[in-house]
Write a protein that binds this ligand. Structure first.
Ligand code: HEM
Length: 422
């Protein structure tokens, strides 16, 4: 496909969406050019239409918790790479895309083969061993804010912690953090699909740079083996160069902005719920429950999709192969049949951890344990350091429908030194 055809495809796609939006199509209403400040009323409108809601865009929308869970766990549904769901060919010319070409977009058995190689780095024990390092990283970034009265919580804290942790995993030096941040931002924005040729060109340039960068890291690891993620993949000895590039890139693409937004959404939720915020500061044992409720009520990833394969059923009825099913996991997290009084922030709800923010089934987030730990450590340390932290300007939201969270969150604080030991 030439760039001219691609540009026409993008323009036509936007026109169709706009037209269906005018017709009030529930799918088109969801796929807005920009995420609304509050997408949750729209999910409730879809829920009111039924458990399975067809859209003129050709997909089925699901808000029901039980059904989302069933589809995500059902081998009669697979992941839906863009190339298989009628999205235009972006002309990536052999470049490896960390989302599309990684095991996130592979079905078993290929998925299981690749996931198994990196899984040992994410076990509870491996996480426990990382805890001290993550606490030190968080404290260091908070120290750097000492003496400041105002700062952008996202740019100067929430975005710095996850990038540093991913770079640690991949053995990437500090000097490269800025570039990793830029690449991660472009990749996260690409999840929504391409809105313009400018965005396509930016994605191509990013993938070219990221592919070269990761290929160089892999070559370094070949010359000097070690036991970080790349070292472990090389030691396995079965992965192709493209699989090595895709899996390394996946950790950046999947683990960066998701966690940034867990911290950003967490700050907003805690500012709106002072009792939970006080508990977070006073009682370390309350941290896990508070983080789960933040993940449930305002997920960094709002939905995912699956493609029906032969013999797929949905709510007991056959679905033709090749149908896209949009699983609105952020809506499933507010299914009143599973989470009573679902719009209320309540860290005491006994089943908050059953949310679907990390998906379900074989693609359940590999980094869930890491994200939970990072979120808990970052939020607790932040509010302990700055007990009077408050919003100091306009909160700017990310221009994404899938990735939810603040892009800029100006805050004001009264700086104080870290509490002395004892
Ligand atoms: C709050 C933070 C995070 C959220 C909300 C999140 C969410 C998700 C979701 C929803 C999926 C599955 C998508 C699907 O089923 O279609 C997923 C997969 C994945 N995530 Fe996360 N994630 C987070 C943090 C992380 C971190 C920190 C890492 C690692 C550094 C990570 C690595 C992965 C990987 C490797 C997969 C692919 C799993 C597979 O396909 O088997 N994630 N994540």
């Amino acid at each position: 496909m030439s760039d001219r055809q691609l540009a026409t495809g993008i323009t036509l796609g936007k026109a169709v969406l706009g037209w269906f939006r005018l017709l009030n199509d529930p799918g088109a209403m969801l796929i807005r050019p920009f995420q609304s400040v509050d997408p949750y009323p729209q999910y409730e409108r879809i829920r009111a239409l039924g458990k399975v809601v067809p859209s003129r865009l050709g997909m089925l929308l699901v808000t029901d918790y039980q059904l989302c869970n069933e589809v995500l766990r059902d081998p009669a549904y697979g992941v839906a790479p863009n190339s298989e769901v009628g999205q235009p060919d972006l002309g990536l010319d052999g470049l490896v895309h960390p989302l599309e070409d990684s095991f996130l977009f592979r079905n078993p058995p290929e998925h299981s083969r690749l996931r198994r190689i990196v899984s040992p780095l994410f076990t509870p024990r491996a996480m426990h061993e990382r805890q001290g390092r993550i606490e030190a990283i968080v404290d260091d970034f908070l120290d750097q804010l000492a003496g400041r009265d105002e700062f952008d919580l996202v740019g100067e804290f929430a975005a710095r912690v996850p990038i540093k942790i991913i770079c640690d995993l991949l053995g990437v030096p500090d000097a490269e953090h800025r570039r990793m941040t830029q690449w991660g931002t472009v990749l996260a924005a690409s999840i929504d699909g391409m809105g313009s040729m400018g965005q396509v060109r930016e994605l191509r340039a990013t993938l070219r740079e990221l592919n070269d960068f990761l290929a160089a890291r892999i070559a370094e690891h070949r010359a000097e083996p070690n036991d970080d993620v790349i070292g472990r993949m090389l030691a396995d000895g079965t992965m192709t160069e493209a699989e090595l590039l895709a899996t390394s890139g996946l950790l950046l693409a999947a683990g960066f902005e998701t966690t940034v937004n867990l911290i950003g959404n967490g700050v907003l939720a805690l500012l709106a719920n002072p009792a939970a915020r006080a508990r977070l500061v006073d009682d370390p044992d309350a941290t896990d429950a508070i983080v789960e409720e933040i993940l449930r009520i305002d997920p960094p990833i709002q939905y995912t999709a699956r493609l029906s394969l032969d013999g797929a059923l949905l709510a007991g009825r056959p679905v033709p192969a090749g149908k896209v099913v949009l699983l609105l996991t952020a809506a499933a997290n507010r299914d009143p049949a599973v989470f009573p009084d679902p719009h209320r922030f309540d860290p005491d709800r006994p089943n908050a951890r059953e949310h679907m923010t990390f998906s379900s089934g074989v693609h359940y987030c590999l980094g869930a344990g890491l994200a939970r730990m990072e979120g808990g450590i970052a939020l607790r340390a932040l509010f302990r350091r700055f007990p009077d932290l408050r919003v100091a300007g306009t909160v700017q939201r990310r221009p994404s429908r899938v990735v939810r969270g603040p892009l800029r969150l100006p805050v004001r604080v009264t700086s104080r030194q870290p509490a002395a030991i004892g």
